[in-house]
Write a protein that binds this ligand. Structure first.
Ligand SMILES: Nc1ncnc2c1ncn2[C@@H]1O[C@H](COP(=O)(O)OP(=O)(O)OP(=O)(O)O)[C@@H](O)[C@H]1O
Length: 333
């Protein structure tokens, strides 16, 4: 439903030309929540803005719902954009208008008026828990409430796609959680396709089905969120995931121990597979680092262990046979 093919964008400035997007290929399926992560300057904002052509690529194709956005005449482009909602880091609300007027705004731009608009606005405010704030102005609301108004406005024209430009970056962790839960619900209830850009890996972990990692205007890694998080292939992805995590210290491992990273997914996360296998083959293990969490709702556990005092090979093959992914990390010095 969304396909970027060879999308390239250059910016010229006094300092010279800068390639913000370098032949990007991406494909987002209907109903997916697709995340694009990257550091500052990677090209995330430029990328998301090419989807509704707020930023027109210098080369490539942007196909949404089978239409090449680049081929549309101005009136057609305006109509296509109404089917693509967008929310922003700083909400971009009209401060002089009430909450209800903000939500009604895109409907009025579409030429709609009267009770139909009032009904639609009331429905949206109700759905987003904002009914009691209809007559207030944005300055009277908290950040999370303002973002909910942004979402209500983005949904006014019943879009198929919602673009989220760092939508939670200005919010505290609790409010971020609330907005992510809401996006998750809207994705499921309305089968809304969501594309979000963020520099927060936690956001991707919580809500995205797939993720692309952007670096210097290129996609360096792309895949199902769980695969990318548990088995990152590119150094840029590993570096972003390692932030805030303590790396395991191999020097603490017992000398001669066989180091391995074990990944448990789904229900096996909570099974005592490791101790069963260790008992059955007669090895000992020390846990050097560990984490149990969820990716897009699916539980996973990842442990780095050192096997000692027995047949580590047999332990690895039994764990593998039980569906645990084992990556050898060498021998402790
Ligand atoms: N309008 C513009 N004029 C000139 N250069 C631009 C413009 N917009 C973006 N750039 C440059 O393009 C590159 C990508 O910028 P972009 O804002 O897309 O990155 P980003 O990943 O969203 O970063 P951030 O998280 O800091 O917003 C940067 O080098 C930026 O300076």
């Amino acid at each position: 439903m969304i396909r970027l093919e060879g999308v390239t964008k250059r910016f010229k400035s006094a300092a010279g030309e800068r390639v913000a997007l370098d032949a990007i290929d991406l494909s987002v399926k209907p109903g997916q929540v697709f995340g694009v992560v990257g550091r500052s300057g990677a090209g995330k904002s430029t990328l998301i803005r090419t989807i509704n052509l707020l930023e027109r690529p210098d080369a490539g194709r942007v196909v949404v719902d089978g239409q090449n956005m680049m081929d549309l005449a101005p009136a057609e482009l305006r109509a296509a954009r109404r089917r693509i909602g967008m929310i922003f880091q700083h909400f971009n609300l009209l401060n002089a208008k009430t909450i209800a007027e903000n939500v009604a705004f895109p409907l009025r731009l579409e030429g709609r008026s009267g009770p139909e608009v009032d009904r639609r606005v009331a429905d949206l405010l109700e759905r987003l828990g904002l009914a009691e704030h209809a007559r207030k102005h944005p300055s009277q609301l908290s950040g999370g409430q303002k973002q909910r108004v942004g979402i209500a406005r983005a949904l006014a024209c019943e879009p198929h796609v919602l673009l989220c430009d760092e939508a939670t970056s200005a919010l505290d962790p609790e409010t971020t959680d609330e907005i992510l839960t809401l996006l998750d619900q809207l994705n499921r209830d309305l089968n809304l396709t969501v594309v979000l850009i963020t520099h927060q890996m936690e956001v991707v972990r919580r809500v995205c089905d797939r993720v692309a990692v952007l670096k210097d205007g290129r996609v360096v890694e792309e895949g199902a969120t769980a695969d990318v998080f548990l088995h990152p292939q590119h150094a840029a992805t590993r570096a972003m995931l390692a932030e805030g995590e303590e790396a395991f210290d191999a020097s603490l491992a017992p000398a001669g121990g066989r180091l391995a990273r074990l990944t448990f997914r789904g229900s096996s996360t909570y099974e005592p597979e490791l101790s069963r296998v260790a008992r059955s083959v007669g090895v000992d293990y020390s846990i050097l680092s560990g984490r149990i969490s969820r990716i897009r709702g699916e539980p996973y556990g990842q442990l780095v262990v050192a096997f000692t005092g027995g047949d580590a090979e047999a332990a690895v093959s039994q764990l593998t046979a039980r569906g645990v992914r084992v990556e050898g990390l060498g021998e402790a010095a």
